[in-house]
Design a binder for this molecule. Structure first.
Ligand SMILES: Nc1ncnc2c1ncn2[C@@H]1O[C@H](COP(=O)(O)OP(=O)(O)OP(=O)(O)O)[C@@H](O)[C@H]1O
Length: 662
């Protein structure tokens, strides 16, 4: 395609979207329009400046640029915050062949790295330029994501420089405080480092710190001690502490865990200190102040939050834009503490902030920080790294929930370390019944639902819901068990599973009589059929009703016999809403693993897809699903799918990790 320019005639490399779809596999309209718009802009710029790539305003150069921007958009859709050009050089974008080896999409072949580099450098789209696209440190960015990353990097740099003696407590005070909070010699197994004590000591002399660890390693327990220490060392009356989490459910769990930890500290801490440890939690969105129908918040760089200490739990769920918006809104003196499990799935939207900020998979301190930590904790031989110290980071390693013998913890560790062989063998042992916490099913034939394990679980956990005598009891039952699926669609997707369960429990409400997973597509899907004790999940935010994406509710007959939607409040009360006023919602006997982040259940049944062509299936997804179970897990998978899942890994491109490591 040619375009007339006042000065010259420029080749524009794009065809119609429909033609592009035939050439590039899995391309979406948004990729096409983003690439088209920015290619036009950049080619015009190139023509005007005619700088370093004078000899490259030719067809190939324009083609490469268009496809680079296409690849950037695809990357953003996949959750990366940028596109490193060394990952795309000499690669073929959008090539695809079917199961029989027939090529359906030819894709686009990128040239070598030097060519891409020369082209992008020649465009002069560095960080200083006012362009929608930025090329920085060999990464191609959409400008807004570049700015989000820069804001986070600037925040970290500022807080690292604040971590000096002037704002922070004296070592002698810290020692006295740690002696009070950790009276035992060592509450860890013999000869092991008490990482909880190290974590508190480490956070006390930093204005930014991360306490990371797997499920049940005592992150909340430790941070409750840390809050007590901060209160002891600073003036509690004037201290404004905020406790937040990404979802309502996670915020509620944080509050419960802090309350539980506080209850156990009554012999340890004076009454006034205990009373000063806050337990009220809120969502990040509520802290920042949502403006309806706007991505912006009431609090930002020109309207800072009035807080002195900010604790954010479940940070793995926080995406790049939200993290940047939180940091922007904080006053300079605010002490920030992040808690999370860096091995869990990254956020649904772009970025992998927690894993970027935890580049070392175990604690590694600089020599000076180690000296400080050893002095105040009395613990010797803490790990040191000359090359890659990460002083802001402490890992908790000993899980109190999974003692290492029960099965869930062992399986989770094997999965996250990528050990497909051993983890599969553990599942085989579970099949023979040798594991108390694990149950394994490899057959996936649901054509007869009678007398199989799936049906047993529906009868055991979901039948009693409608027989519950109160809404409290119904919510309690619902929180005991959940089917988790990797996907929404497909034979084992949440849509199919929910439909199967509803039709098993309430056959008369549905327009089909027999149930099989293989032919559910023939059924008429009852759109939001309401009945007493139907569990639901909200799918979009409704600020006026105070309902948020992911909130779990229950359709329940009120005292007048009217069906209402009930939602648990943090104060233990229930909010009733007319179902007709609800935002988009769905049935939630089964939910995706993604949506369960921040929640836990006594028993989880994990249903994996039946075939291996699923890119979502990774070890992080499996680990996240497995660690949602507190006491028992049932897994259904075939061998090929299990191996593929455990051997695939989430990897997100970002410029933040580079900074942390440099
Ligand atoms: N040092 C300790 N001594 C005694 N009990 C502890 C200790 N550390 C943690 N626990 C207990 O272990 C359990 C798990 O702790 P906690 O909830 O703090 O872990 P967590 O890492 O925040 O878990 P998750 O985020 O996965 O829910 C709690 O019952 C807590 O009271």
């Amino acid at each position: 395609m040619k375009m007339n320019n006042p000065e010259t005639t420029v080749y524009l490399p794009y065809c119609r979207f429909i033609e592009l779809q035939k050439q590039i596999y899995d391309v979406e309209a948004i990729d096409y329009f983003l690439a088209k718009q920015f290619t036009e802009l950049l080619i015009n710029r190139l023509v005007k400046t005619q700088t370093a790539v004078e000899n490259k305003t030719d067809k190939q150069c324009c083609d490469v640029l268009f496809h680079l921007l296409l690849a950037l958009s695809v990357s953003l859709r996949q959750g990366h915050s940028c596109l490193p050009i060394n990952k795309i050089a000499q690669q073929r974008l959008g090539y695809h062949c079917d199961n029989t080896g027939v090529v359906s999409h030819q894709g686009f072949q990128f040239p070598e790295l030097a060519y891409l580099n020369e082209l992008l450098v020649g465009l002069n789209i560095g960080e200083q330029q006012e362009q929608g696209i930025v090329f920085h440190h060999n990464n191609l960015y959409l400008r807004r994501y570049f700015l989000f990353e820069q804001q986070i990097i600037a925040f970290l740099a500022q807080h690292q420089s604040l971590s000096d003696q002037e704002h922070l407590p004296q070592s002698t005070d810290i020692i006295a405080c740690l002696d009070l909070l950790f009276p035992d010699e060592n509450n860890e197994p013999a000869n092991q480092i008490d990482w909880q004590k190290v974590a508190v000591a480490n956070a006390l002399n930093k204005s930014f710190s991360i306490i990371a660890g797997g499920p049940g390693t005592g992150k909340t327990y430790t941070v409750t001690k840390l809050l007590a220490a901060i209160i002891l060392l600073k003036t509690p009356q004037s201290l404004n502490i905020s406790l937040v989490a990404p979802t309502g459910k996670a915020a509620q769990r944080l509050s419960e865990s802090i309350n539980q930890a506080k209850a156990g500290f009554s012999a340890l801490l004076p009454e006034h200190v205990l009373a000063s440890i806050p337990t009220e939690t809120k969502t990040i969105h509520r802290l920042l102040g949502v403006i309806p129908n706007s991505p912006n918040f009431r609090h930002h760089q020109d309207n800072l939050l009035n807080i002195d200490v900010l604790l954010i739990d479940e940070v793995s769920m926080v995406d790049l834009p939200l993290m940047a918006r939180i940091f922007r809104a904080l006053p300079k003196h605010c002490q920030v503490i992040l808690l999370g499990d860096a091995q869990q799935l990254p956020s649904v939207a772009a970025g992998s902030v927690l894993s970027d900020l935890t580049p070392n998979k175990q604690a590694q301190f600089s020599a000076s920080n180690r000296q400080y930590l050893e002095k105040v904790t009395g613990i010797a031989n803490l790990p040191v790294s000359k090359r890659y110290p990460a002083d802001h980071l402490t890992y908790l390693t000993h899980s109190r929930r999974f003692d290492g013998k029960g099965g869930i913890g062992v399986l989770a560790q094997l999965v996250i370390s990528g050990d497909s062989e051993q983890s599969w063998q553990l599942l085989q042992a579970a099949k023979k019944g040798s594991q108390s916490q694990l149950m394994f099913v490899d057959e996936c034939n649901f054509s007869t639902l009678k007398d199989n394990w799936f049906n047993d679980m529906v009868e055991q956990y979901y039948r009693p819901l409608s027989q519950a005598t109160s809404i409290e009891q119904a919510f309690h039952l619902l929180s005991t068990f959940r089917f988790l699926a990797a996907t929404r669609q497909g034979d084992t997707g949440v849509e199919t599973i929910n439909l199967l369960i509803e039709s098993t429990l309430f056959p008369s409400l549905f327009s089909f009589s027999s149930v099989s997973r293989s032919n559910t597509r023939h059924y008429v899907k009852p759109q939001n059929t309401l009945y007493h004790a139907k569990p639901i999940m909200i799918n979009e935010n409704d600020y006026s009703l105070g309902l948020y994406n992911g909130d779990i509710g229950m359709i329940w007959k009120n005292e007048k016999g009217h069906l209402m939607a009930y939602f648990e409040q943090q104060n233990g009360q229930y909010k009733q809403i007319l179902p007709s006023r609800l935002p988009q919602f769905e049935t939630v006997y089964a939910m995706t693993i993604h949506k369960t982040q921040g929640s836990e259940f006594e028993h989880v049944a994990l249903l994996l897809p039946t075939n291996t062509d699923n890119q979502l299936l990774t070890r992080e997804l499996l680990y996240t699903g497995i660690t949602r179970a507190k006491a028992k897990i049932t897994i259904q998978s075939n061998k090929a799918v299990w191996y593929q899942g455990v051997e695939s890994q989430v990897s997100r491109y970002s410029g933040i990790q580079l900074h942390v490591n440099n």
